[in-house]
Each structure stands twice: as structure tokens, then as C-alpha cells.
Design a protein around this ligand. Structure first.
Ligand code: SAH
Length: 255
């Protein structure tokens, strides 16, 4: 499957009313690794700019570079697909897609196409004439009956889905030096633990002579399921050592 090209994703805010939301949306895009914002029909007064930039903080460059468009048609001109986001579902709208469908579409189309994701005005949401320009609609899941999200938060949630799906988050979260603690125990380490545990568990009669080692097999399968690390296996060796030492001490005391 192709990779999502986030540089080909356009986030479009149609007639945003609240300047704080515009700034917060720009910040959300910055945090989620998206860069292209288009503002359709924003009344950009001096005061509105001041508020928007105050809310944008680190997202300031995204807001500065945002395309100012007079109409949605103008904003979507270069896009192959346009996905309308809406808190409401309804008939006579472009086909509804789920968030997993969204990711599949972005994977498929963004390598060679510009794809817009369109958000509506705070009070009314997208109107019929806006929906008519879009190819799909998408609703972000919410608690039943509580569908209407804050505009900037809706932008953040969509950005987050894209970030997670595009693997940017995984790359960022990957520590440069994977700690030795995190290495999954090798099969040889696992076998040595088996032998050591077998000795310790026999010493306390958990495993009995002449009986199968099935319980120990099961414990080791559990460790396999958990992908036990070398570090964790060493802790279990330490436990076995203490058991054997205690048993020996006990025996010596009894003699
Ligand atoms: N009262 C409006 C809500 C507008 S909220 C309505 O019912 O549609 C402003 C914008 O945020 C919406 O136009 C949409 O783009 C986005 N939004 C809010 N809640 C959403 C949801 N649950 N799913 C998808 N988009 C949502």
C-alpha cells in the first residue's frame, strides 16, 4: 500500500467565525505535522488577526502561510478529492466514509493528488452548496447524541488520525538508542531460563520427579506471549537463584 503524503493534504476552514478557533486549528496542524491550511471567507480584521496569532503559538507559520480564498470552489480548485467533515449525517450528501476509509483514501490518493479535508462554520456547519463541491463526507465518532465538536478540536482529531496512520508518530517516538532493556530474549536465553527455573521449581517440589514439566512449559509460553525481554529474563534468573540458595541453606540447616 502507498504511503500517505501529508504534503498533499489541504485543510480547509469554510467561513470560520471565531479567530481563536482559526489559531487553534493552525496549531493543531503544526502539532500533527500538516502544513497546508486554506481559509475561505475569513473576515481578517486587525483584531481577528491578533487573536488568531495569539492562539496559534507554534502554529504561527502555518497560519501565516494559509491561503486566503474567497470561495470554497477556489480553495478546492487544485484538489482531486474533497472530504467534507460534518457532525450531521443526512441524505443527498456525498457518500459517507468512516475514519478508516479516510485513511485508505489518503493512502491511495495523496501520493499523486491533492486531497482537501473541509471543515464548516462553527454555528451552521457546512451548507448544502459546500457539500455539493465535495466528494465524500465524514463524521468523527462522538458519544451518542453529542456529535458537535469544537472546530479546532475536530481539526486536531482528524490530524491525529492522519499522524498515527502515516507513521510520523512512530518515527518520532522511536528512541534513537533503543535500550538494551527492551531487547526480546533470544531463544537461547529462554532455554537457559527454562533449565534454571526447572531446577529451582524442582527444589521446592513445584515440579516433581517423574512428572512432566507441563506447568513450566506453560509459564514459558506465557513469557513468549509477552515477548519477555532479556532484562526480564535476568530478573527471573535472579528469582531462581534466590530460591535455590534458600533451599540449600534450609537443607544445610536441617543436617
Ligand atoms: N452545528 C454544526 C456544528 C459545527 S462545528 C453542525 O451540526 O454541523 C464546526 C465544524 O466542525 C463542522 O462544520 C465540522 O467541520 C466540524 N465538526 C464538528 N463536529 C464534528 C464531528 N462530530 N464530525 C466531523 N466534523 C465535525
Amino acid at each position: 500500500m502507498a504511503e500517505i503524503n501529508t504534503a498533499h493534504i489541504q485543510i480547509v476552514l469554510v467561513e470560520p467565525h471565531n479567530a481563536g478557533n482559526i489559531g487553534a486549528a493552525a496549531r493543531a496542524l503544526y502539532n500533527m505535522g500538516l502544513e497546508h491550511l486554506a481559509l475561505v471567507g475569513w473576515h481578517e480584521t486587525v483584531e481577528a488577526r491578533r487573536i488568531a496569532f495569539e492562539w496559534a503559538t507554534d502554529g504561527e507559520p502555518v497560519l501565516k502561510r494559509a491561503r486566503r480564498c474567497a470561495t470554497l470552489e477556489e480553495a478546492l480548485a487544485g484538489c482531486g478529492l474533497a472530504i467534507a467533515t460534518s457532525a450531521r449525517r443526512g441524505e443527498d450528501r456525498p457518500p459517507a466514509i468512516s475514519r478508516t476509509d479516510l485513511i485508505a483514501l489518503l493512502n491511495h490518493w495523496t501520493p499523486s493528488n491533492q486531497v482537501a479535508i473541509v471543515f464548516g462554520p462553527e454555528r451552521t456547519g457546512l451548507r448544502t452548496e459546500h457539500l455539493a463541491l465535495c466528494t465524500h463526507t465524514m463524521t468523527i465518532p462522538t458519544a451518542p447524541g453529542k456529535a458537535s465538536l469544537n472546530l479546532a478540536q475536530a481539526v486536531l482529531l482528524v490530524g491525529y488520525e492522519i499522524l498515527i496512520a502515516s507513521g510520523l508518530a512512530a518515527a518520532a517516538a522511536q528512541p534513537a538508542d533503543i535500550r538494551a532493556l527492551d531487547r526480546v530474549a533470544t531463544r537461547a536465553e529462554r532455554r537457559r531460563l527454562y533449565e534454571h527455573a526447572s531446577e529451582a521449581l524442582r527444589a521446592v517440589n513445584f515440579l516433581r520427579p517423574g512428572r512432566p514439566d507441563r506447568p513450566l512449559d506453560e509459564i514459558c509460553w506465557m513469557l513468549d506471549r509477552a515477548a519477555a525481554t532479556s532484562h526480564e529474563v535476568r530478573i527471573l534468573h535472579g528469582m531462581c537463584r534466590k530460591i535455590l540458595r534458600a533451599v540449600r541453606k534450609n537443607r544445610n540447616g536441617e543436617q
